[in-house]
Ligand binder design. Structure first.
Ligand code: GDP
Length: 384
């Protein structure tokens, strides 16, 4: 019986010991699965997949830094712009160019034909004086020339139109600094003609030609004008000096020239207000801007912006400006939207001032230096 108790006690002891040895091992296994399970090839992809999202998180953190870097635009070169934009003169081309060429190509050039030619020139705003001259010279020359091939006629017409555009006029844009003083270009014109847009485009023309530019937002009367100008300038790295809305335009212009001198830029471009209530008001305002700017040195260029679609009306307004300030060049805008391309001829004759630039669209680089030969070539098109 004693043996039986001893045997039971031994068995119980053995069970207790066995349990004590096995349980801790199991616990350890449960706690250390990665160590006890070495990575297999099959397990590798999930690890990559888990790490992958980390990369986008990192770039997302860096992303806001990128837009802070200024991305300056490189304006198109100015040479050849008129050639590139020649198709924009399509409306003037069909009225003036093709219209004249088709009449000239008739078998007989009788009085009716010459009247039609005269009408085409007048319709496209060439003006009475220039029209009479062009028709008379063409009449004489076609009479003298016995045979008239389409090529000869095109050449004759081209010569007469180019000569009416006074190719000898100086169309240089005076934008080169003198000593340590930047060139000062004042831009004047009636509101709505495209004055501020032209200032912006002109800054691009100058930058394309290698100049450094500073803009003066002296049109303090039109609320959006300064913002508009600043946006144009920022695109090509040109600083804009502006004043409070409704502030004194002359003081903004003065500050702009001073800042331009301090920053050693090549050209200071000043946009002015073009309210035309009364001639006296305009005279006072523009005259003051000019006088104040001239305390620091002369104004090198005064560009008058004219809307080509306004015809004779625009010319009347233009005359007022030439009486107020010494206009040295005309910028004729919106030539792309009119059949009245002949206005280039009448504007120059009436005002005695050269057209230096033409606007041929709303695009940033749709402002071209004016060239009489290229212009006439575009008007007459490719048809001989
Ligand atoms: P501002 O009041 O004289 O300063 O006139 P803006 O510069 O604000 O221009 C008036 C409008 O004329 C804008 O919609 C311009 O985009 C447009 N404009 C300016 N120049 C040209 C051009 O050469 N062609 C065309 N089609 N539109 C132009």
């Amino acid at each position: 019986m004693v043996y039986l108790y001893v045997a039971i006690a031994v068995v119980l002891l053995a069970i207790v010991l066995g349990v004590a040895l096995v349980v801790p091992r199991r616990r350890r296994r449960d706690l250390e699965p990665p160590v006890s399970a070495p990575p297999s090839v099959a397990e590798a992809p999930p690890r990559v997949a888990v790490e992958a999202p980390a990369a986008p998180v990192e770039t997302a953190v860096e992303a806001p830094v990128a837009p802070e870097a200024p991305t300056l635009e490189a304006p198109e070169p100015t040479a050849g712009r008129l050639v590139r934009l020649r198709a924009r003169l399509a409306r003037s081309q069909s009225t003036l160019g093709r219209g004249l060429l088709s009449v000239l190509a008739r078998d007989r050039l009788d009085d009716d034909a010459w009247e039609e030619i005269e009408e085409a020139l007048l319709t496209s705003d060439v003006g009475v004086g220039a029209t009479t001259e062009i028709v008379e010279r063409l009449r004489t020359r076609t009479k003298v020339l016995g045979t008239r091939s389409p090529g000869e006629l095109r050449a004759l017409l081209s010569e007469e139109l180019v000569s009416a555009l006074q190719p000898d006029m100086d169309r240089t844009l005076h934008s080169t600094p003198t000593g340590d003083r930047p060139a000062v270009v004042m831009v004047v014109g009636v509101n709505g003609t495209g004055k501020t847009t032209t200032c912006g485009k002109l800054a691009r023309v100058l930058v394309a030609d290698g100049r450094t530019v500073l803009l003066g937002a002296a049109d303090t009367f039109r609320a959006a004008a300064a913002d508009q100008l600043q946006t144009w300038g920022a695109r090509v790295g040109a600083e804009t000096i502006r004043g409070p809305e409704g502030g004194d335009p002359a003081s903004v212009a003065f500050d702009a020239v001073k800042a331009g001198t301090d920053r050693k830029v090549d050209t200071v471009l000043i946009d002015t207000a073009g309210r035309l209530h009364t001639k006296v008001g305009l005279m006072d305002e523009l005259g003051k801007v000019k006088r104040v700017v001239e305390k620091q040195g002369p104004v090198d260029e005064t560009l008058l912006v004219l809307d080509a679609t306004t015809g004779q009306n625009g010319l009347t307004q233009a005359r007022v400006f030439t009486e107020v300030v010494d206009v040295t060049g005309i910028v004729l805008t919106k030539l792309d939207g009119t059949a009245k391309g002949g206005i280039v001829i009448s504007v120059q004759r009436e005002l005695g001032v050269p057209v230096k630039l033409v606007g041929l669209g709303e695009g940033a680089d749709d402002l071209a230096p004016f060239d009489p030969e290229q212009f006439v070539d575009a008007l007459l098109g490719d048809t001989a």
